[in-house]
Design a binder for this molecule. Structure first.
Ligand code: SF4
Ligand code: SF4
Length: 377
């Protein structure tokens, strides 16, 4: 049987003529026409636009203007889109974050809803794989028949990079399940064993950043001693990621983490019939860390553009290939770390075996790493 090669359509970020069709929003319109939305979506069909709302200080999310273009394109074929994400902090607060980052009905032209309810525990257990067993998929994602996955492509301290796989694995799965808690949610990917936080008194400088970042107010320093509510803790790892001294650690295994991301993405995609999900990766404002952090750093590499495909593995591979070896931007973390043109910038930033994400996704049959890059003329 002939080897399958996926099509990935690409709109470069560079503008060569001062006209709307050459702008990135204009090019996104053209990409959406190119892929042919009626091949995937039907009249009156509800379509989830899955994105990440960001956080109060991390503004480099997929911009509302792009979400609006996706909404308009879906409406033009008679589909009924809405924009969604799962709860990362308290649900009402997270809707405010979305609003602050410009993601609301007025700006995007479609309702903005929480995929797993105000409390983040409205989800359905779905079969995953040998690492996770089952995972709690947000009920809105579980029920909706079709989806456009809009991902801001960037670096990530644990995953090496965050793209479409991570947007589904972490972003379409809840932090907690009503009965089995964090063990059935994102925490099952973030940690191993019982996932007990380990605090190193010698390294801790009592900056209290871990306490401030915890979305569930689990952490408290009593008389200079670290305490946390193990029962309530989601094992999201945010407290460990902001610790400037490496004084707080959540036990983890890089290989298991990468492979479990692919497994969770597979579980999410198993709730859709074939041919009902497409992916858009935005290679813009490629900062070193996730959009859930309390701040967004400057971009480490120049904007590359927008990719669209119906193959999640191919679009991730193409995204990685586009930034591989590119020059780090002046005054960015990449330059500060001594990363040079020609280096693997993502590996240099976070030292994670990130390719495992897509290798495992391909092994699980989610897509193929070989692709035709079709660049807009
Ligand atoms: S891992 Fe840390 S930040 Fe996350 S819920 Fe637990 S204590 Fe809070
Ligand atoms: S963030 Fe790290 S250094 Fe700061 S208080 Fe927490 S454990 Fe200590």
């Amino acid at each position: 049987m002939a080897e399958r090669i996926a099509d990935v359509y690409f709109a470069p970020a560079r503008v060569k003529k001062w006209k709307y069709s050459e702008s990135l929003p204009g090019k996104l319109e053209r990409l959406l026409k190119k892929i042919g939305l009626p091949r995937y979506f039907e009249k009156d069909e509800w379509v989830a636009i899955k994105t990440h709302f960001g956080s109060e200080g991390a503004h480099r999310v997929v911009r509302p203007v792009f979400l609006r273009k996706v909404v308009e394109a879906l409406r033009s074929i008679g589909a009924k889109p809405f924009i969604t994400d799962t709860v990362r902090i308290k649900g009402l607060d997270y809707l405010e974050v979305a609003n602050q980052n410009g993601i609301n009905h007025l700006s995007c032209g479609a309702p903005v809803v929480l995929a797993d309810g105000l409390y983040g525990n409205d989800n359905i257990m779905v079969k995953a794989g040998e690492i996770l067993g089952e995972i709690a998929v947000a009920s809105v994602i579980y029920d909706v028949p079709a989806m456009v996955v809009c991902s801001h492509f960037k670096g990530h301290i644990n995953a090496g990079f965050g793209g479409a796989i991570k947007n589904l694995a972490m972003g379409a799965v809840s932090g907690s399940h009503r009965h089995c808690g964090w063990r059935c949610g994102r925490g099952a990917m973030h940690t191993i064993g019982e996932g007990m936080l380990v605090w190193d008194r010698e390294k801790c400088v009592l900056c209290l950043q871990c306490e401030e970042i915890c979305p569930l107010e689990c952490i408290e320093f009593k008389g200079g001693e670290f305490t946390y509510n193990d029962e309530r803790c989601w094992r999201c790892g945010r407290c460990t990621r902001v610790c400037p001294e490496g004084a707080l650690v959540l036990p983890a295994d890089d290989e298991l983490f990468m492979r479990s991301l692919a497994e969770a993405a597979m579980a999410v995609l198993s709730t859709f019939k074939p041919g009902k999900v497409i992916y858009i990766n935005f290679l813009t404002e490629i900062q070193p860390e996730c959009d859930c952090m309390p701040a967004a750093d400057v971009a480490v590499v120049q904007d590359q553009g927008i990719l669209i495909s119906d193959d999640i593995v191919a679009i991730e591979q193409a995204s990685l290939d586009l930034i591989m070896g590119k020059a780090p931007l002046p005054e960015s973390l990449a330059e500060e770390m001594g990363i040079k043109q020609g280096d693997d910038i993502l590996m240099g930033l976070n030292r994670k075996p990130y390719l495992l994400q897509i290798e495992e996704a391909e092994r699980l049959g989610l897509g193929v790493r070989k692709y035709n890059l079709i660049t807009l003329s």
